[in-house]
Structure formats: C-alpha cells, structure tokens
Design a protein around this ligand. Sequence first.
Ligand code: HPA
Length: 268
Amino acid sequence: MQKYKQAADYIEKLAGKAEIGLVLGSGLGGYEQRLEKPVFIPYKDIPGFPISTVQGHKGQLAIGNYLGKKIIILCGRFHYYEGYSLQEVTMYVRVMKLLGVKTLLLSNAAGGVNRSFNPGDLMLIKDYINLSGNNPLIGKNEDDFGPRFPDMTNAFDSSLRGIAKEQAAKLGINLKEGVYAQFSGPSYESPAEIKMAGILGADAVGMSTVPETIVARHCGIRVLGISAITNMAAGITGQAISHKEVMDTGKQVTESFSKLMDAIIEKI
Ligand code: HPA
C-alpha cells in the first residue's frame, strides 16, 4: 500500500484526482491531445513506477479535463514480456484507484482470430481468457484493495458495454464484439496456438489488458476494453506478422477509436 500511496500522492500534488482512467494501446496514441490544459508526468519521475520500453509507447501520464470529466491517460502501458512482474505491470491500476478512478477504459492492438474480422476493425471485449500462465494477484492479498478471491463474472462491465454498442451504432462504427485471449508474448503466436485459441473461444489475441482487468476488478473499478484488430492472427492468412503492420493499422483506426471514446466518455 505504501508504494501505491507514494506514487498517487506525487501525481495528486501535480495534477489532482481523476474519475476516469484510459490506457492507449500500441498505435492508438494521440488521444491525450484532447485534454484541456493537460499535466504530463513522465513515468520515470513517479516514485516506484516502471518505465515503458516498447517502441510506439510514450511513457508518460497525461491528466486533464475533457468533456466535463477528469481523465488520467496512460500513454503506453507496461507489458509482462518487457520483463516486469505482473505486480509492476498493474501498479498503475491501484495508483488510479487511490486517485479516485471509478472507470477504466482499456485499449489494445490485437490479432484477429475470428475469421469474420478484418484488420482495421474495432472489437469490444466481452470476456477474456488468461493464457499468460500467471496472475497479478498471486502472493499476499492486499485486503485494502479487495478480496482474496475476486469474482470475474462481469469483468468487462455490462452497462459500459451497452453504452459502447449504442454509441458505435449512432456513429455508424461497425463495432465487433468478442473474447480476448492473452498470451505472454513477445513472440507472436504460432499458427497452432492461434488454432487452439479459436477452439477455446477466443476472437482476438494480444499481450496485455488481462492483468490490468483482474487488478481493476479486484479493487472495484469498472472496466471497458476495446481491441483494435491490427492484423489477422498467425496462420489465418499465411502472411507473417510485423510490429510495423500492427502500428500502421493502429494508426489508421485511431480516428474511429477516438470518436468512439469521445462518445463513451460523454455518456459515463
Ligand atoms: N498477437 C498478439 N498480440 C498482438 C497481435 C497478434 O497477432 N497483433 C497485435 N498485438
């Protein structure tokens, strides 16, 4: 608790509290520019915060008002494959909780497993499969944040999903919906792993989001998850997957992603 409080106190002194948290996934950066008079805080300045190393992630928090709400944006998240523990990967969630965040909006880039998807689609996450082989809550339970055995029945909040679907329809955005499976990465999955994920019920695969969702639900934060389908997953088209393709497609969907985010935030 001490280390979360230290980080939260540091942020609060510079930028105050916030009610909504937003995480921008690979290629989806830029949304922070919408904030009115944002305060930017580099991760390296926040006591105890890990530093994001992946290309395409900026490594800073942006905090400010937008659409009448106080929002804290994580421009670049932390990944398990970077070598951090899942406690480090998810530290920001508990810091957000201490800053007053009630709703966490998570985005990511993902590979499409469902063959009806296309690169450039947005997918609302309705549930997850944790294939990372780890869980961020392993270890002594932090009773001040939540219970030892938290429920994950409504991990992705059904009322937030309802808002997302309604707003996408209004905007004419063809929002897909599906199950997100998390592999650890950093290698992209093998075609056999993708076949397995599909059989298990996954519609998309990625390397993030699940640990944060678990920690957010543990401490009672509502979660909405949106995946940008940046490529078809391994073996589906036979084409090799590249980080460049992921980033380029992420950038292409940024506009519709941002419009949808605006509409959702307005309704929260
Ligand atoms: N697999 C895992 N993570 C990803 C992918 C993928 O195909 N695309 C974007 N992130």
